[in-house]
Design a protein around this ligand. Structure first.
Ligand code: DC
Length: 227
């Protein structure tokens, strides 16, 4: 059940850091009445625990070993995904500088990806959803026809992060995310690229809805009446 399992469908949204994909995913989810799943938060939660335990994020063996000793629970609260680590909610610490610095290394560990991809696929049992990340269209739901890749120039992305008051080396993180061996960031087969550098958010949402409409989202099995 990858992407169109049972009667539930998934919209996959991938793209580099600060491309606007989270905002687009959130607005689309609200507009289309879908569960919104932020897969980056899951990689951040594992990283938060790596940092908290003082594990070197570049030590793949130590990071993988930690997985046997921790409960990463992914759930849904209302229409949003949640993640806890041994019952604790990392909250705003998911976006701390320490996590920003280490997350790409932790996300490159194959065992981490294996555990989290299984949890991401399982969320489709909860209902129609929109999931954003780096490998959603290529690995998590390769069979869904609803694949969007949200991009923006590095300069624009750096400015967006700075405007949020965050110190986040987006370019560096993207190079690591794109260069890794396991499930690198890339434009998946069949994904449409939307470059948001010169678009405002409303325009991006309209472009995404138009693309989904063309791909049959509103005529799919179990669809709500067209908007
Ligand atoms: O979307 P984000 O910036 O919060 O993601 C944080 C990091 O997690 C990102 O640098 C790479 C990793 N990630 C990933 O490898 N695969 C995903 N599906 C989502 C995020």
């Amino acid at each position: 059940m990858e992407g169109k399992g049972g009667t539930h469908s998934a919209i996959a949204i991938d793209g580099p850091a600060a491309s606007g994909k989270s905002t687009v995913a959130r607005m689309l989810a609200e507009r289309l009445g879908l569960i919104m799943v932020n897969s980056g938060a899951m990689y951040r939660a594992v990283t938060w625990e790596v940092v908290r335990r003082g594990i070197d994020p570049s030590d793949r063996g130590a990071v993988a070993a930690m997985l046997d000793d921790v409960e990463i629970a992914c759930g849904i609260d209302g229409m949003h995904s949640t993640v806890t680590v041994d019952g604790r909610d990392p909250g705003a610490e998911l976006r701390s500088d320490d996590v920003n610095r280490a997350v790409s290394q932790v996300a490159a560990v194959p065992e981490v990806r294996e555990v989290l991809v299984a949890k991401q696929r399982a969320m489709l049992a909860e209902g129609d959803l929109i999931m954003e990340g780096r490998d959603i269209a290529s690995v998590v739901f390769p069979e869904t026809p609803y694949k969007l890749y949200i991009d923006a120039s590095e300069e624009v992305r750096r400015r967006r992060r700075a405007a949020e008051g965050q110190s986040d080396e987006v370019g560096h993180r993207d190079r690591l995310d794109s260069a890794r061996k396991t499930s690198p960031l890339k434009v998946a087969d069949g994904a449409v690229v939307i470059d948001t550098s010169d678009m405002d958010i409303a325009e991006v949402v309209e472009a995404a809805v138009a693309e989904l409409r063309q791909r049959g989202w509103f005529e799919r099995e179990g669809a709500e009446p067209a908007i």
